[in-house]
Design a protein around this ligand. Sequence first.
Ligand code: NAD
Ligand code: UGA
Length: 464
Amino acid sequence: MHNIKNICCIGAGYVGGPTMAVIAQKNPDIKVTVVDINEARIAAWNDADLDKLPIYEPGLDKVVAEARNRNLFFSTAVDEAIEAADMVFISVNTPTKTYGKGKGMAADLKYIELCARQIARVAKTDKIIVEKSTLPVRTAQAIKSILHNTGNGVKFQILSNPEFLAEGTAVQDLMAPDRVLIGGEQTEDGLNAIQALVDIYATWVPNENILTTNLWSSELSKLTANAFLAQRVSSINALSELCEVTGADVNEVAIAIGKDSRIGPKFLKASVGFGGSCFQKDILNLVYIAKSYGLNEVADYWEQVIIMNDYQKRRFAAKIIQTLYNTISGKKIAFLGWAFKKDTNDTRESAAIYVADQLLEEQANIVVYDPKVNAHQMQSDLNYLNTRSEEDNNQYLTTVSNPHQACKDSHAIAVLTEWDEFKTYDWQRIYEEMQKPAFVFDGRGILDKEKLETIGFQVYVIGK
Ligand code: NAD
Ligand code: UGA
């Protein structure tokens, strides 16, 4: 049996940071060290000013304040932390490959393999290795083969423990998860390792919410969960266009179908398209895996979720262009929101990036206000697409720190993120300060359409 006293987590990102903060808070007797090669990120995690944590998540500052420097540590000393640990979580990024075989589809596992090799090189005592990153099914096999060929006699058990938190609600999700999933080898040593991790979660998660499975079921369940969630968004988004042409209201349809307990009400909010670092990446990965086993119909089925999502983003941009008399060259268009959802500063794969890119192609002047995203991040998101020069992106998309400044003198406002504060603005004042006719394109369905129309706005809402 294992008695875990020392945990190391490799990767201090959106998953590693919050997850380990909660594990440390709930297990004060276990020393938890989160390590990363990114020095700036570690410095930010250690900043005395909790507003400077590298990740914005409601409630995270309190958890970090309680556990940090008690039993929670952030460090760049990766080797030392691995060597001292009984259990090592791997929580590094697994982006879509941008080169070689599987380019644009498969998960890039180079960071995972580097971690495995580093653990193999450094470890002098037996360890449990936990896959926290989202990985293709059967990755544990590759990790195992690297770790078991060191020849130094150290024994490893590999577990899969995918993370299901959503950004913006990470702390809440970690405190009361729908389930914790732990997969491991169905051998005596494997089952002991599973139990060691169950014991850590059991300090705050009810036993019936801790599921244990074999390794492959656990790995595949993570990709499947994200695919099902994204599929719901694409399904309702597909219907949003049908609502627009038939006079149905997508919100009313969502409520009507969601009342069926077999369907359920969640994840039926029509939008400008899902973003975030994982949905697209994980579905593409699923499609790639299916194709690699020759399951072409399975691959095509899931790929459609992405195709629909890309279409939804393009459709929203096209609606803006068409409504503004098919010419937006030189027109100021205000963006409210850049993050991929509210309550996060994360912009990865945000729909705003793609909508902006399309409008910039038509020579619009975009001015963005987002409560948590800075100008540098927006520029780097756009530059990453490589559609035009960095100078042009910088000139035609600007960032302001005040929503009124963004909207003043604009021809149109586009709502790209569902930040709550957008609902409470003085829309009368905004109207008075805009060019007329004043257009609002609500890509999140959060504003009061009738109220805005009474003020004088011309309003387009997804799915209405
Ligand atoms: P992230 O990019 O925010 O963080 C990953 C961190 O790992 C980075 O800071 C990077 O510097 C570090 N890193 C990479 N290689 C390293 C190495 N060899 N040694 C030390 N540090 C290293 O990524 P994330 O959003 O935290 O996602 C991590 C994994 O969790 C991914 O597989 C993702 O699919 C999965 N996941 C993410 C979320 C989410 O909401 N973001 C939710 C569930 C699962
Ligand atoms: C998602 C899953 O919800 C998590 O369970 C999972 O752990 C995580 O991916 C991951 O693996 O990274 P996240 O991407 O943080 O979490 O946020 P979601 O709340 O799922 O939203 C994803 C995108 O879908 C956002 O752009 C959101 O605005 C959009 N969305 C969501 C809709 O457009 N409509 C909805 O009804 C729900």
